[in-house]
Design a binder for this molecule. Structure first.
Ligand code: URA
Ligand code: SF4
Length: 237
């Protein structure tokens, strides 16, 4: 039995239109969240900020990097990871993953700078994390790299995983669902930690190599699925 299919050109153009549609929707949704963040006063941190830092990158990013909170330079520029720790992160993304930072999405759990770079308080994380949740829901990454303790505790906590310390979970992968998105979390040290303690630099590099391997395996899996799909299509035409 033959099943009638539309002309391939029609199928392809429908896919392109649908993809463009999603792309535009995603950009609009991310802009809406960014505007909410720029005007947000849900916790005390708005009082001292020069600029809130919503995050930046590819709306269709397959990998998201999530840090703790903006520091001095991020607060001045309104952009994530643009200081010394950012320079290291950007280098690791390029050298270990072969990606430009524009191809991934980079943000933080807390979007305004805590005074003197102190740790964010639980109530600040509580107030702000709604924005991160929405960003994850919109972008739908395949992998989230959790940078440092706060990001790791928050994200693994959402999967119901209790973490003793970052050294117990770093360089491992946790598969689960966060905000309706099926994804893998890979915790590692915060790049700033490697600046203070150079011994951590090689651990961070090792963890980024692990991220690359996991990402390559995900891609391979998707390719196999796609090939199966193509042979099924050929069977029906
Ligand atoms: N540290 C972070 O956690 N986030 C930034 O954006 C910069 C430094
Ligand atoms: Fe709002 Fe988050 Fe800034 Fe607090 S840190 S004011 S919750 S955007």
């Amino acid at each position: 039995m033959r099943i009638a299919l539309s002309h391939p050109i029609l199928i392809i153009s429908r896919i392109i239109i649908r993809e463009m549609g999603t792309g535009m929707e995603k950009i609009k949704d991310l802009e809406r969240i960014a505007n909410q963040i720029l005007n947000c006063k849900k916790c005390e941190l708005w009082k001292n900020r020069k600029n809130a830092v919503p995050g930046e990158g590819n709306p269709d990013a397959e990998i998201m990097f999530i840090g703790e909170a903006p520091g001095y330079n991020e607060d001045v520029q309104g952009r994530p990871f643009v200081g010394a720790a950012g320079k290291l992160l950007t280098t690791l993304i390029r050298d270990k993953l072969g990606l430009d930072r524009k191809e991934v999405f980079i943000t933080n759990v807390v979007k305004c700078r805590p005074p003197n770079n102190r740790d964010p308080k639980p109530e600040e994380i509580n107030a702000c994390s709604q924005y991160l949740d929405e960003q994850i829901r919109i972008i739908r990454p395949k992998i989230i790299v959790a940078l440092g303790r706060h990001s790791t505790l928050y994200l693994l906590g959402k999967m119901g995983i209790k973490v003793g310390g970052i050294s117990h979970v770093r360089g491992k992968m946790f598969r689960g669902v966060i905000n309706d998105v099926n994804l893998i979390i890979i915790p590692t040290y915060h790049p700033a930690a490697a600046l203070y303690n150079p011994k951590l630099r090689s651990v961070l590099e090792q963890d980024f190599e692990f991220v690359r391997k996991v990402f390559e395996n995900i891609k391979k899996g998707a390719e196999i699925l796609e090939r199966k799909q193509i042979s099924l299509d050929a069977f029906f035409t």
